[in-house]
Design a protein around this ligand. Sequence first.
Ligand code: XBP
Ligand code: MG
Length: 262
Amino acid sequence: MTRSGGVPALKAVVWDVDGTMAETERDGHRVAFNQAFAATAVPWQWSEELYGQLLRITGGRERLLHDMGARACAPQRPRDRERLARLLHALKNGFYGDIVSEGRIPLRGGVVDLMQECRERGIAMAIATTTSRINVSSLLHATLGASWAQWFQAVVCGEDVQRKKPHPEVYLRVLKQLRLGAAEAVALEDSPAGATAAAAAGLAVIVTRSAYFADSPGVAAAVGPGLHEVAGWSPPVRGRRHGRIRLADLSRWHYSWSVKAG
Ligand code: XBP
Ligand code: MG
């Protein structure tokens, strides 16, 4: 089905998890990494500020290896670093699971409403994330309930790809599983790496700014403060001055972006 100008109808919304569905990083993953350091007597901690810089490295294990490169007290041999990174990452994921199962990381405002709207209107949903599957599962089990996986027609995580964001592989795999073309979907992202990955796969990207990524990446079809409010979006939301972002807004941004992209 196409809309005027030959633009394909919007058939799927592809969600990033960290930063987009929930503010998981500062009070979730970062805290859990620090718990893992303490549990193994590794003599360092990641401050909020340092963690913001380290987020440029996508993937928790890769982030650990990168940070070890700057620490004289880290193991010197690559094999030992890799072993330590795997141990710390596994421990971190366990601590992260505890944090989210205690309900300490809620979904961001407007997220569940938009998901419900997609389900009611027959718009497919998928997940495209750099995060490990266990972390997606623990967060969504705690927030959407035990049947969370039924909400999504495709869930592609960090361990399913060779190259993490900003490489487009995760989005290309999602599209393949959905059996849709890039022009039939929009991506919801928060980070420059995520927006770059989705755009490189050919999707229109809608950026909801997050705590660690307050600056708007340049490649987006729309950029705003979050799905909870219509104020502050570029391009602006049409016709409403209050309330949350709706599927109709996504559809309009998708249409305008597709027309411009030709
Ligand atoms: C998320 C990530 C992940 C998380 C931690 O990026 O880069 O590494 O920070 O999860 P995006 P893991 O939101 O762009 O997908 O420790 O499981 O990697
Ligand atoms: Mg993100």
